[in-house]
Design a protein around this ligand. Sequence first.
Ligand SMILES: [Zn+2]
Ligand SMILES: [Zn+2]
Length: 436
Amino acid sequence: MKIKFYGAASEVGRSCIFIESKEAKLLLDCGIKMAEPHEYPLIPDEVLASIDAIIISHAHLDHCGYLAHALSIGYAGPIYSTKPTYELVNILVNDYIKISNPENITKQGIAKLPKQFVLKEYHESFKIKDVEAKLLPAGHVLGSSMIEINANGKKLLYTGDANFRTTKLLDAGYSENLNENILITESTYGGDEDMFPSEKITLADMAASISNTIKNNAKVIIPSFGVGRAQEVVLILDDYMRSGLIPAVPIYMDGMVNKAMRIHRHNVIYCRDELQKRILMNDDDPFKSKNFVHVLSIKERKKVIQDKSPCIIVTTSGMLSGGPVLKYLEQLGHNETNKIIFVGYQAEGTRGRELLDGKRTILIGKKRVNITMKIEKYHLSAHADRQQLLHFISKINNLKYVFIVHGEKFKSEQLKNSISKKLNVIVPSILDEFSV
Ligand SMILES: [Zn+2]
Ligand SMILES: [Zn+2]
């Protein structure tokens, strides 16, 4: 089996892994890097057009944002994913194209996007020439998968983005009885420092902080991926409001968060049993709380901004790389009683990362915006932390090679150092190629 890394090697973003068996050429993920400006995987168009199949792990743009390009330059094969991933990809990719207007995208290419998907259930085997493939639950976001490839007597597992802890929405990533010779693992939080307090403690701290801001009559902004942990946070905040732990104020949702909530609701069979039961057994639909207010127009957004009363605003994009969150920051960012709370990973080169690193002006379009609001971060990531990654890797039988990707280089190296005694471990660089 040949493996080549066209992206996400010693970086987070533009996941795009080429796999070649005796008969088949596959691509695991086809994403872009959300830095400013966006970066694309280094796969030549003629290689991309000649692939037999693309398998998408999940709907985040760093794993699927290059699909419209692939279709525009003539890729005509199937795109395999789960049903929620298919629905979310179509929404998120179209939204990304509308906002960013990337080069080399044709109308015909975009039109092909929904048509070329082939939907698979978790654990269902499917054939691509001499390759047998399978999607396994990854616990990261709705519909997210790890991808198992079985070809020419070798088994390979690609984690995509994975979380091995149960969350409010999702079961933990699958990790039972895995037999794999080759692992390609993410390492977003694989660094030595990436040990975090229990989520219970983190959530309690965050609730107290939000409560304070609300009591000060101010606004809390939570930047969110269209699909990510922030949506779970919304459900958790609603629970807290119902139990009186934090004062009941409107939780405004703006942008992609709204559509994504609907997709979660009708794909609830891909969520945890507990959530399904809550909907099926009584009328208490957690996705339709009266605390949730959907912001559906620019006029409504203006009203939210101008209204003097306290509230929580959950809006895209999660790393401040675009979307309505920038409109809110422009208007609300210079009020020091307001607060922005980050709950997701902030990649290098994004405005979100700049704020966390201490910068207090950000560039929005051509405008410099001073940010004097309070800035806080709570670790509620949808990614496995170091301990979980190590535990997961130790549970896999017959493992020989581990490729560590989707992490800042020093973190990938630190993860490598903790497992390299027993295994052949490689932190690839972009365009590196291996035969295994
Ligand atoms: Zn992801
Ligand atoms: Zn990712």
